[in-house]
Design a protein around this ligand. Structure first.
Ligand code: SF4
Length: 507
């Protein structure tokens, strides 16, 4: 089932996902495997946190001097014989790609995995001028057959199980294929081989662009990107403007962080460094090579103290695998090209107009698991809070929520009022409490109670019970440890002094 419609709300899409047993099982199974692999690879590495910090510093430095490194990269790439194009917007990037395809009279394009081309909806644009785009990454190929969008940065078909995949590939093959990974991969390999040989253009994304030599580097596991960059006569690489790193020795740090964070691998199976088109002595490679450097909202983050670090992302997907929300709803519920915590920040941040943001920044419990998982330590949880704040400040917040927050603040700021409301609540809840909890699915309780139970108010509040509890603790601590008892006496004496001045502590 496809959940890719962006006209629906986040809540509607999340509901669809939560009611899709297959999706939930498939996403849970793979994210757990990836997350486990990443944790093990980080532990085996031994100095993981030092390397994370090193990675963060490289990214911070590069983005702080992005103008310099982009110019250096473009100059060096041009000196290598590459046609370098800069595209300010998605429209411009698509236009440049289509112009190249038209100039080459291309009929078909083979593609290796690229999130930027997803962001630009380039396959559809190519189809509009009669050029067939064929995804050659296995997961992307499956998604293309299903007419869906990727639901994970690294594993695009994460939401599908092998039976669903076997169905899709069987239709493609015109015969029944057994749901066996080797058989299914074998079929796709054979089919794609012909496509590689026929294609006029090879199109790739870019994991890292090395400024000092004007090279682009691809990480992959299937060997398809190497085919894409060696067989067709023309190569087009699309890259976000932030993909740059200064030197090859910086790549060593990234090549340590990226595969371990993405899949738990020590090294990616294929790492290709490409410096310009084919030279006379080369055995293979494209005769013509284009690199399109895409801005599309990225430069808006430069100089923004809250969001500049967003450009440090190396698209490893570790934050998705660590996120308790993503693990339940998968990627399509986010409604954009990028999903999970990075998508929840990047999707709105790339849009200028706050009115176009949906509620995606609210799809997070702010637990910080994304930050813990991130190999370049991007504080995504802080950014989510900033996005929420900016939305409210710009007048696009939820009016009912704002009124609710005002009421809540009025209650929490005054203990007498709070106690009175709690007392009333305790009486009132008798009408609705069943088996120790509130299960009503109406009004503001509907969303929460559809999946869990709201706990009822306890008979006595913490404040009510504190007097007895305090006595018990003091008594218990006297027996346990004289040092703690002394500190407690000190603390209580200090509180007594404050109380003596007439202050009352509102808890
Ligand atoms: S934000 Fe960090 S963890 Fe998430 S994809 Fe980017 S680099 Fe990976």
């Amino acid at each position: 089932m496809s959940h890719t419609t962006t006209k629906s709300t986040v809540k509607e899409r999340a509901d669809l996902a939560l009611n899709d047993e297959f999706l939930r099982k498939a996403v849970k199974f793979t994210t757990e495997r990836l997350r486990g692999g990443k944790l093990k690879a980080a532990a085996d590495h031994g100095n993981w946190d030092d390397w994370r910090e090193r990675g963060r510093q490289i990214r911070l430095h590069t983005i702080a001097h992005l103008d310099y490194y982009l110019t250096t990269f473009a100059n060096n790439a041009r000196a290598n014989g590459v046609h370098v194009h800069f595209a300010d917007t998605d429209v411009e990037a698509v236009k440049i790609s289509l112009e190249i395809a038209a100039a080459k009279q291309a009929k078909s394009v083979v593609k290796s995995k690229s999130m930027v081309t997803e962001e630009l909806h380039l396959n559809k644009a190519l189809a509009s001028i009669g050029v067939e785009a064929i995804e050659t990454d296995l997961g992307e190929y499956i998604i293309q057959l299903a007419d869906e969008t990727p639901s994970h940065i690294i594993i695009p078909a994460i939401h599908k199980n092998r039976y669903q995949i076997a169905d899709l590939l069987s239709k493609d093959a015109g015969e029944t294929l057994a749901p066996d990974t080797t058989i299914l991969a074998g079929y796709v390999r054979k089919k794609l081989r012909e496509k590689f040989l026929e294609a006029d253009i090879g199109m790739t994304g870019c994991n890292f662009a090395i400024a000092e030599s004007g090279s682009m580097v691809l990480f992959e596991n299937e060997g398809n990107a190497r085919m894409v960059t060696t067989v067709p006569k023309t190569q087009i690489t699309l890259m976000g403007m932030e993909r740059i790193i200064p030197t090859w020795s910086d790549l060593e740090v990234m090549a340590t962080l990226l595969p371990r964070s993405a899949t738990g691998q020590k090294l990616t199976v294929y790492m290709s460094g490409i410096t310009g088109p084919r030279r006379d002595a080369d055995a293979d490679g494209p005769e013509e090579m284009h690199i399109i450097i895409v801005d599309n909202g990225r430069s808006q983050q430069l100089g923004d103290p809250e969001f500049q670090e967003l450009l440090n992302c190396i698209r490893c997907g570790a934050c998705l695998n660590a996120c308790p929300v993503y693990r339940h709803i998968g990627g399509h519920a986010y409604g954009g090209t990028y999903s999970g915590p990075i998508g929840a920040v990047l999707t709105p941040a790339l849009k200028k107009n706050v009115a176009e943001w949906d509620d995606i920044a609210n799809a997070s419990s702010l637990c910080g698991a994304c930050y813990e998982a991130c190999p370049v330590k991007i504080p995504l949880h802080d950014m989510l809070v900033s996005l929420r704040r900016r939305k409210v400040e710009s007048g696009h917040g939820d009016k009912i929520e704002a009124a609710g927050m005002k009421g809540f603040a009025a209650l929490m700021g005054n203990s007498k009022r709070m106690n009175a409301v709690l007392k009333l609540g305790r009486i009132g809840q008798k009408l609705v409490v069943r088996d120790g909890g509130i299960r009503l699915k109406v009004g503001p309780l509907k969303g929460w109670n559809s999946y869990r139970v709201t706990p009822s108010l306890p008979k006595a509040s913490f404040r009510d019970g504190w007097k007895t509890l305090e006595q018990e603790i003091r008594h218990g601590l006297t027996e346990a440890d004289p040092a703690i008892q002394a500190r407690l006496a000190e603390a209580l004496a200090a509180r007594g002094k404050k109380g003596g001045k007439g202050g009352h502590h509102h808890g």
